[in-house]
Design a protein around this ligand. Structure first.
Ligand code: FAD
Ligand code: NAG
Ligand code: NAG
Ligand code: NAG
Ligand code: NAG
Ligand code: NAG
Ligand code: NAG
Length: 531
């Protein structure tokens, strides 16, 4: 505290020295507070939020290196049909004052009046679409709303029970899927015989939908004990009328041009070393890029997706990561949830429909899905959201599909998917003349080399401790000469909010705060500079 205060008068005399990147902590001849060199890997919302916070606190020397040609990462808004659609994140999960995405979005005026209503912020949506779906069967039939409501009620209760296992009795091998299957078997003994097939097919569809929510191939992969550690915030999920990316653009607006470097894929992070900079300073970290460029740094914040780390972590760090971190990367889940957007000239659904469930006759949670993906991938597709508002967007359904079937779907051509969609909608409407969709658009998150899937979950064989472990900075040696060389952000580092945009935002701010705490003088500088 005291040294920082004593430096202040000098600072005011030498304002230009603030932007001098050659000033570094530890230089005894230093006349102004240090401005450490920070490199952030990844310009998703986590990396951008970290940069924005550091910048606001007076850090001058920040570079964000982004592998792709765009910022936003898994927040990705595109023009489609007559308006905008989301290829990645779509909803604010739990839009209420505790959610920093909601805070920013309302502060920037990006939300519709409905989303801002107090009653909307207080209600619980549990991250699921809040309406009852309209069910269409694969042979063109329908299901009564009452039959659906019974099954839906059971399913929601079982999910809630699964979340209640936190800190209570369950084993490390137990999965959410196996727990729900037990409940299904028990409950089915009381069903009317003629309802069994329909109920089972409905439940398979609800499990398919749950795979999309968790971003997993099967709920059998999702660990039961820590399932409830994921925290649901209050608020009925809402969307961004101007696109989720409009929030990203507002977050990055205050950053100086040149801070974000696009098409700059990082190949390796060398740490615990001594790297000579352009100046006389020696840095502990050097970031090597695929194109041969390199950046020295005092601190690197790594915000790449867990899916990327799963493929690359062995070669990405030198020295390699501690064993416990490598284990966490291996054991945590990171699966695929994809979207298939389908535009129709005219809707075949009722104007009040917000959600469509496809009931695949013959499917059941008691029967393993068929292995032949070419023939059967489409049976994993069970849920379509009707996108709003049709007046601006046109008539667009957004299908969700998760797991191996979603990964297989990515390998199909546009024509193959268009033809599968045409067949599907003709079957479920029972109308062989239904015009084909005007267009389709699908996400391919698994094939993206710098993402490798959609989002993380706590898999059987891992725990919330692994998420915490991922967040631990390096070196772990508390006595290290140069602490906080490599820091870790991103959605997969937030124990209670993984898999979400608010988790990613919180993680970026968390790592920025870690550095801010290390350089208390900079905050003083930043507030002085504003005078
Ligand atoms: C289909 C889908 C639907 C979703 N729906 C929702 C939703 O409704 N609500 C919600 O809250 N969340 C949703 N999510 C999750 C949300 O999008 C993510 O949790 C969040 O955007 C992750 O932000 P991040 O900054 O951690 O990672 P990212 O956004 O993935 O950013 C990481 C960045 O690092 C870059 N990178 C990777 N490797 C390198 C490298 N070697 N060198 C340089 N850069 C690199 C990547 O290109 C990327 O830009 C969804 C995600 C998907 C895929
Ligand atoms: C379901 O189908 C029956 C018979 O075809 C029809 O009478 C009924 O209106 C349909 N119900 C709904 C909710 O569409
Ligand atoms: C889950 O636990 C909460 C809090 O103990 C309880 O109120 C609720 O009834 C439980 N839910 C179920 C489905 O068991
Ligand atoms: C089995 O189902 C009945 C009601 O259908 C319920 O009362 C009972 O608690 C269930 N048993 C288990 C082990 O969940
Ligand atoms: C970091 O460097 C020191 C000194 O060279 C060495 O003792 C230590 O083992 C290194 N740490 C790692 C993780 O490689
Ligand atoms: C060294 O300085 C040059 C010119 O200012 C710059 O382009 C380059 O990126 C710097 N290299 C490093 C490793 O900082
Ligand atoms: C749609 O909803 C409105 C308002 O709830 C209702 O009045 C109307 O009857 C519904 N239309 C159909 C076709 O179900």
């Amino acid at each position: 505290m005291l040294p920082a205060l004593r430096l202040l008068p000098l600072l005011l005399l030498l304002p230009t020295s603030l932007s001098d990147s050659s000033l570094h902590p530890g230089d005894p001849q230093l006349m102004a507070p240090p401005s450490p060199a920070v490199v952030i890997v990844g310009a998703g919302i986590s990396g951008l939020a970290a940069a924005e916070k550091l910048h606001k606190h007076g850090f001058q020397n920040i570079k964000i290196l982004e592998a792709t040609g765009r910022t936003g990462g898994r927040i990705y808004t595109q023009k489609y049909a007559k308006g905008l659609v989301e290829i990645g994140a779509q909803w604010i999960h739990g839009p209420s004052p505790d959610n920093p995405i909601f805070q920013l979005a309302s502060q920037f005026g990006l939300l519709s009046p409905d989303a801002l209503l107090e009653e909307n912020q207080k209600a619980y949506g549990n991250n699921h679409p809040s309406d009852m779906p309209v069910v269409y069967t694969s042979s063109g039939g329908n299901i009564s709303a009452a039959a659906l409501a019974d099954i839906m009620g059971l399913f929601i209760t079982w999910l809630e029970q699964a979340r209640n296992f936190t800190n209570s009795r369950c084993g490390p091998e137990d999965s959410v899927g196996s727990f729900i299957l037990q409940q299904i078997v028990n409950s089915s003994q009381e069903w009317d015989k003629e309802l069994v097939d329909t109920n089972m097919a409905l439940l398979r569809g609800l499990l398919n939908m749950e795979c999309c929510v968790s971003g997993t191939h099967s709920m059998d992969y999702v660990a039961l004990c820590p399932f409830g550690e994921y925290t649901m915030l209050a608020g009925i999920d809402c969307t961004f009328p101007t696109g989720f990316e409009s929030l990203v653009n507002r977050i990055k607006a205050p950053l100086p041009s040149g801070m974000v470097v696009l098409n700059k894929a990082v190949k390796r992070i060398d740490w615990n070393g001594s790297f000579q900079g352009n100046d006389s300073h020696v840095y502990p970290v050097e970031v090597q890029c695929e194109d041969g460029d390199s950046f020295v740094a005092d601190h690197v914040i790594v915000t790449v997706p867990l899916g990327f780390l799963k493929k690359q972590s062995a070669d990405f760090f030198s020295p390699e990561l501690p064993t416990s971190k490598m284990q966490a990367i291996k054991n945590l889940g990171f699966g695929t949830n994809n979207k298939i957007l389908v535009e129709f000239e005219k809707p075949f659904w009722d104007p009040n429909t917000t959600l469509i469930q496809v009931l695949w006759e013959g499917d059941s949670p008691l029967i393993e899905p068929k292995e032949d993906l070419k023939q059967n991938w489409i049976r994993k597709l069970s849920i379509f959201v009707v996108l709003e508002p049709p007046a601006q967007l046109g008539h667009v359904l957004c299908g969700f599909i998760a797991g191996k079937e979603a990964e297989f779907m990515e390998t199909l051509t546009y024509e193959e998917i268009l033809s599968s969609m045409t067949d599907l909608f003709r079957r479920i409407t029972g109308n062989p003349e239904l015009p084909p969709p005007v267009s389709i658009l699908r996400s391919q998150w698994y094939s993206q080399p710098y993402t490798g899937g959609s989002y993380s979950y706590v898999a059987v064989g891992s725990s919330g401790d692994d998420l915490d472990n991922l967040a631990e900075p390096l070196p772990t040696d508390k006595e290290a000469l140069k602490p906080l060389q490599v820091l870790f952000g991103g959605e997969a580092t937030e124990r209670n909010f993984y898999s979400t945009t608010h988790g990613a935002l919180i993680s970026g701010r968390r790592e920025a705060q870690r550095l801010i705490d290390r350089y208390p003088q900079l905050g003083v500088t930043a507030s002085k500079a504003k005078l």
